[in-house]
Ligand binder design. Sequence first.
Ligand code: HEC
Ligand code: HEC
Length: 319
Amino acid sequence: MSDFTSNFWSIFISVITIGGILACLALLWISGKTKAMTLSDNTTGHVWDEDLREMNNPLPRWWVGLFIITVVFSLVYLYLYPGLGTYEGSLKWSQTGQFDREVSRGNEQAAPIYAAFSGMSTEALAKDAKAMAIGDRLFMNNCAQCHGSDARGGKGFPNLADGDWMWGGTPDKIHETIASGRTGVMPPMAAAVGSPEDVRNLAHYVLSLSSSPNDSVRSNLGKSKFTVCAACHGADGKGNQALGAPNLTDNIWVDGAGVESHIVSMINNGKTNVMPAWSSKFTPEQMNVLTAYVWGLGGGVRNPAPAPVAVAPVETASK
Ligand code: HEC
Ligand code: HEC
């Protein structure tokens, strides 16, 4: 497949490549034909450093042979493999094709291992040592660069091993997070809050929610401003998992620390934080194992029992 709209570059590259190879051959042939002017002692007459002179010997035969072999090799190679513009090569090899073959071979080999886990609940998987060893490897290879090798996160990357969840800690929610990704959006809020002093006061009120060190005078002044935050963080500041708005009362901070400067900067600048989606990278079985691994790290919450089916009150015989 060509990334260009016309054939021009394909032809351009093919002509230069083939032309270059033929030019090499021509050079070899011409230099074999032409005789340099030689003196009687078989030197070219060039002299350096007083007495260094250049001999005029023909190229060694083994060297010419190797040269011709490389030319033939490159022509055969260019016939078999893609190299000439958009020509695919007679073997139809491509890097994506090779990658896909290797991935599907790997998945085939792994299928019997994962088959043993099919139909197991997240709770059961989390207790299965073999499944968790696999989950650990999947996590180290794909998640640890952001969430840390102990899954305890870092600034901007939530801790997955505690019971504090931005998006929910039930198997269903964790699965949804991993499969589809999440985007947490907090807009800049300073304009809605008021003056820079109002923002500082509100920041102290937010700190007071988690009993973090705060100035109680400022905190009292800022309290009323929290109404603009309540839409997402809840009137009590305990957050909203449907929006990924974190609990502000638990003294667990995803984006910084429980200090005035952090809260003020969140209010002034807002933040957009992205957890990538993985459903196209993992097989459904791998997704289940990873979900159980994260769920089993320590903070997992059980799925809620299905809501009881409302039963219409039985009509008692009317009087
Ligand atoms: C590129 C960095 C990055 C990678 C890689 C990544 N994550 Fe995340 N993840 C994030 C960010 C950022 C968030 C927080 C999103 C937000 O602020 O709303 C997050 C959130 C989460 C959450 C939700 C936590 C909560 O409190 O609700 C889970 C679960 C999660 N990630 C699991 C994983 C797993 C499993 C993997 C590996 C398959 C992974 N992540 C790979 C960046 C990443
Ligand atoms: C539109 C919804 C929304 C509104 C309104 C909102 N926030 Fe947020 N807030 C979020 C989200 C989502 C995050 C998580 C950002 C992330 O994914 O990292 C967040 C994060 C925060 C954090 C960082 C928490 C941490 O753990 O580090 C603070 C502090 C905060 N908000 C304070 C406020 C204050 C104060 C207001 C009111 C002025 C406010 N927010 C209004 C959605 C909102």
